[in-house]
Ligand binder design. Structure first.
Ligand SMILES: Cc1cc2nc3c(=O)[nH]c(=O)nc-3n(C[C@H](O)[C@H](O)[C@H](O)COP(=O)(O)OP(=O)(O)OC[C@H]3O[C@@H](n4cnc5c(N)ncnc54)[C@H](O)[C@@H]3O)c2cc1C
Length: 327
């Protein structure tokens, strides 16, 4: 098998941006993606609307035309799919990278289907695979989910939504409008300040008028088949319950990063070590791109501000290659 210049782990928007840039600069590369093209976006709620306007989600200034200023999930799926297929990007789908070993010529990468060798690696694996668990008894019951897809499922059901951010608020509003009996359980004292500015007044007003019940400064302490218990400032409350959406955020796969030798800060942010000028980590030849760069600060990087990583990294790789040729 040919020795690659670059292997990109993750075929999300940023992995794809890296592949496109590598192709433009004539590098031999492959993107390995464990699911379909832009797997994380594929798994987002079906009616999800981005907070970014479509031009801010564009890769390499390829126009992203959407019906409204803020595109919907299905429009983004179509946009990124067209980037992959129209440019004939080299991408292996439904293939998961399991191991990366450093050697004298670069890296050996092992997936669940093949093995590869490459001089450079980009890790663009995002953060959507691992939910932040709430760690209470009953969390693993089949009625509990950490991912929300479609409001139809919850019609006429007693639904508890845990969380106060965009995902929780979108789910609560959509399900309420499809006839679910929604209770929002919020750990802090208010709806998250980062909730989309055009959605926040909507949820606040639904709570005020009593259409959606909300408990603030409250935490679920146990989930059972037909009810759950929440700890509130007024004491424990037991609610009848059919389904729970625990939408308390997601985190990068830190175990995978550490297995690759990447150093993480030892505070709760778990920031991976990399040089912001090149995106190269403490492991020579291994780069980070996209939202993975933020560690536990998953709101810090998004498509809008991390799509530049592609050009930064490919430039750094080309510079290294030309220094080697010149040496
Ligand atoms: C509900 C929601 C709304 C959002 N709205 C916006 C928005 O409006 N604007 C914005 O800029 N950002 C938004 N974001 C964030 C945005 O989705 C992410 O910034 C974006 O997906 C990051 O792209 P990425 O390529 O870094 O990671 P991802 O899109 O997460 O891609 C990582 C890919 O790596 C793959 N992968 C993981 N591990 C492996 C492995 N071992 N082997 C092979 N493949 C692997 C995954 O399957 C995935 O496809 C939103 C996020 C969420 C959850």
């Amino acid at each position: 098998m040919e020795h690659l210049d670059l292997l990109i782990i993750g075929g999300g928007p940023i992995g794809i941006a890296c592949g496109l840039e590598a192709q433009k600069k004539g590098l031999r590369y492959v993107i390995i993606e464990k699911g379909p093209i832009v797997n994380s976006l594929f798994n987002y709620p079906i009616n999800m609307q981005f907070f970014s306007s479509s031009e801010k989600l564009e890769i390499d200034e390829i126009p992203f035309i959407s019906k409204e200023a803020k595109p919907k999930r299905n429009e983004a799926l179509e946009y990124y799919r067209r980037i992959v297929t129209s440019n004939k990007l080299s991408i292996q789908l439904f293939e998961q990278v399991t191991e990366v070993h450093k050697n004298s010529t670069g890296f050996t990468v092992i997936s669940d289907k093949h093995s590869y060798t490459a001089a450079h690696i980009i890790v663009a694996t995002g953060f959507y695979d691992l939910p932040n668990r709430i760690n209470v008894p009953g969390e693993d019951l089949p009625k509990v989910s950490h991912y929300y897809k479609d409001p139809h499922f919850y019609a006429s059901q007693k639904l508890a939504v845990i969380g106060a951010s965009n995902s929780a608020v979108d789910a609560a509003l959509e399900c309420y409008r499809k006839g679910a009996d929604v209770t929002l359980i919020i750990r802090g004292s208010e709806v998250g300040q980062r909730v989309k500015y055009w959605v926040r007044p909507d949820i606040i007003n639904r709570i005020k008028e009593g259409s959606i019940k909300a408990y603030f400064n409250a935490q679920v302490t146990e989930i059972r088949e037909t009810e759950l218990t929440i700890d509130t400032p007024e004491g424990d409350i037991v609610l009848e319950n059919d389904f729970v959406l625990a939408l308390t955020g997601y985190m990068p796969n830190f175990e995978f990063l550490q297995k690759l030798g990447i150093i993480l800060s030892d505070d709760k942010k778990k920031l991976p070590q990399y040089d912001p000028e090149t995106m190269e980590t403490n492991v020579e030849g291994l780069y980070l791109a996209g939202v993975i760069c933020g560690g536990m600060e998953t709101h810090k990087w998004f498509i809008e501000n991390s799509r530049v990583h592609a050009k930064i990294i490919i430039k750094a790789i080309l510079k290294k290659n030309s220094a080697r040729v010149g040496a």
